[in-house]
Design a protein around this ligand. Sequence first.
Ligand code: ADP
Ligand code: MG
Length: 138
Amino acid sequence: MSNLTFGIIKPDAVRAGNHGKIVDRILAAGFKIRGMKLIHQSLKQAEGFYAVHSERPFFGELTEFMSSGPCVVLALEKENAVPAWRELMGATNPAEAAEGTLRKDFASSIGENAVHGSDSEENAAIEIAYFFSKLELV
Ligand code: ADP
Ligand code: MG
């Protein structure tokens, strides 16, 4: 799985109609899309996905936001996919995100920050398996 990572185009970006532009940027950056679908998570699904953050003060806000509308889940392939995708995303807080990153261009706040990316190969595998069956990965 070392060349794979998991990404989400979050509900704020889909609501704003930016998901097509973000997919374009992903492809232009040299990622292969191995899985992609539009889903609308329930609160329970979002709580399960972000379970590692359950003790953080923003957990309620985060899971409500992530279940507030459709999002696009992605399995992405590239050499060193995990750091490559985090680099394209930019810093968690868009105020600190570098020029040319997705969060610089599409995020509005530290909470509603347009995209998610796995933080390790191990978590990428877990996160892909949370949303995709084998049949949905090409
Ligand atoms: P990242 O998404 O860059 O890996 P984290 O794993 O630290 O960042 O946090 C997960 C998500 O939780 C962030 O992308 C963001 O949506 C939300 N979040 C993080 N910090 C805050 C905060 N201080 N206030 C509100 N939401 C936050
Ligand atoms: Mg994270």
